[in-house]
Design a protein around this ligand. Structure first.
Ligand code: AMP
Ligand code: MG
Length: 403
């Protein structure tokens, strides 16, 4: 049994990295950036009004008080997309809209609500303006030439907006790993079928396809294969032809019909991981065939999820050269006592609650690693160290977020 860190180390070392490709900005959400994105201009590119109102020379407004207003003459208008072209002279103000460039000479904006309009272009104010008031100064958000997002960053929707602002109509990103999902088990039928006696529906393909997509992978469905050596070999071969990674579920335990390892060996695979000191998920398999990698995840739905998040997810992100490949972890309070599984490290599905300002992890009541219905609610995995029989209520525990 390999410790989790050791297994992960092998997996990451043996997982190949993918090439880059250049795609239109619309198609890169969720992809990993391959080059630093650099700003090609200051943002904002000009001193920008933050309010609808009037722009002033703040020095002209000193001494304005209620009852003793200062009067200004309107010299023109500045709207978003249409600057005021002149320079503001003493005693003048310019009507200005949110997003418009602040005119030359002006250094403060006052909102329309506190300005009295007298007609004939005359206005009055009854309080002085601070220099810079209601102005977003040029370059405060970004400076031309600065790196905005670094190679290795995942392109979130907010990163897309930044790329758009700096002219990245097309973006150099990592190719998406093509991931074939193959469910093994003679008891499995597809979702549109009614299971006979001793059969169940294949659910792992559906959880895994969502997990793979969230990790930036492209799912290839390889279907179900029964517990037959030749058929399993054939299905793995077929999957390898269309994918960079094959993720199998089921068939990796010690039963007479657990045929994934024998099939991989007969195909000439190098099995690099086959038992990990974890619960659930102990029989997790990782193998290489040529440049391609194969994960054999245990069949039980919760084991599939834990094993995927601990091993396959970081591998998929590593293939794309992502900087952050691990799920966020935190230390929180155990809301109830939790049983461990020495000598294996245990992962208990949990929901997170906030109680009196402190985050608590409440282990879900589950009947075991087949309990996909209970697992549906899980937001995190509570990590119970390999040397702990039990964690008591109120202890600080580590969690891994899986939302
Ligand atoms: P195995 O690892 O093949 O021994 O499977 C362990 C348990 O997981 C068995 O009860 C299987 O029926 C179940 N199982 C295996 N594959 C799937 C699947 N694709 N969807 C749902 N349950 C599965
Ligand atoms: Mg099976």
């Amino acid at each position: 049994m390999l410790p989790i860190e050791e297994a992960l180390g092998i997996i990451l070392e043996k997982t190949p990295q993918l090439e880059a490709e250049t795609l239109p900005l619309f198609d890169v959400t969720g992809r990993v950036l391959r080059r630093d994105a650099v700003s090609d201009m200051d943002l904002p590119p000009f001193d920008r009004a933050r309010m609808d109102g009037f722009a002033f020379r703040s020095a002209d407004t000193l001494g304005a008080v209620a009852g003793w207003p200062i009067r200004f003459r309107t010299a023109g208008e500045a709207a978003a997309g249409h600057a005021f072209t002149g320079e503001l002279q003493p005693g003048e103000a310019v009507r200005i809209m949110t997003g418009a460039p602040v005119p030359a000479g002006a250094d403060a904006v006052q909102k329309i609500e506190v300005i009295r309009e007298l007609g004939e272009g005359l206005i009055e104010i009854e309080e002085p303006l601070r220099p810079g008031q209601f102005i977003t100064p040029r370059g405060i958000e970004a400076r031309q030439g600065d790196a905005m997002a670094l190679a290795g960053a995942v392109i979130t929707p907010a990163v897309s907006a930044v790329l758009a602002s700096f002219g990245y109509a097309s973006v150099c990103v990592s190719k998406s790993p093509r991931v074939a999902l193959l469910s093994t088990g003679s008891e499995l039928v597809e979702v549109d079928q009614k299971p006979g006696a001793s059969q169940i529906r294949n659910s792992n393909t559906y959880s895994l396809s969502g997990y793979v997509a969230r990790a930036g992978g492209l799912v290839v469905r390889s279907g179900i294969v029964s517990d037959d050596l030749d058929e399993t070999k054939e299905a793995i071969m077929r999957s390898l032809q269309v994918a960079d990674v094959v993720i199998l579920s089921g068939g990796v335990s010690m039963g007479d019909y657990d045929l994934v390892k024998p099939a991989l060996l007969e195909l000439g695979a190098e099995i690099l991981v086959e038992k990990v000191a974890m619960h659930p998920g102990k029989p997790t398999v990782f193998a290489r065939i040529g440049e391609k990698v194969v994960f054999g995840l245990p069949g039980n739905p919760v084991s599939v999820a834990v094993s995927f998040h601990l091993f396959a997810r970081p591998a998929l992100l590593k293939m794309q050269q992502a900087t952050e490949i691990h799920l966020p972890r935190a230390r929180v309070i155990a809301a109830r006592a939790i049983k461990g599984a020495p000598p294996r490290r245990s992962h208990q599905p949990a929901i997170l609650t906030i109680s009196e300002g402190r985050i608590e992890a409440e282990p879900l009541k589950w009947s075991g690693s087949s309990d996909l219905v209970a697992f549906m609610r899980a937001e995190a995995l509570i990590v119970v160290p390999e040397d702990r029989e039990r964690i008591e209520t109120g202890e600080i525990v580590e969690i891994i977020s899986i939302r």
